[in-house]
Write a new protein. Structure first.
Length: 60
């Protein structure tokens, strides 16, 4: 579940792995910054922060 009001942002999951991916369509320079991923379950909560840097962005 994403908690953001931007349809460009989605979460992807790889079946049979503990892998989740943040996907941003049509990434823009203003998308740079800190993002947080949280996972909550009945016996454990996890949280990770990461930084996104947009490189080589071109306006077509």
């Amino acid at each position: 579940m994403t908690v953001v009001a931007d349809d460009r942002i989605q979460i992807g999951h790889v079946d049979f792995k503990y892998q989740w991916d943040l996907m941003i369509k049509n990434v823009q320079p203003e998308d740079e910054g800190m993002y947080e991923c949280q996972v909550a379950s009945t016996n454990k909560n996890m949280r990770i922060m990461f930084s996104l840097t947009v490189i080589g962005w071109f306006l077509f």
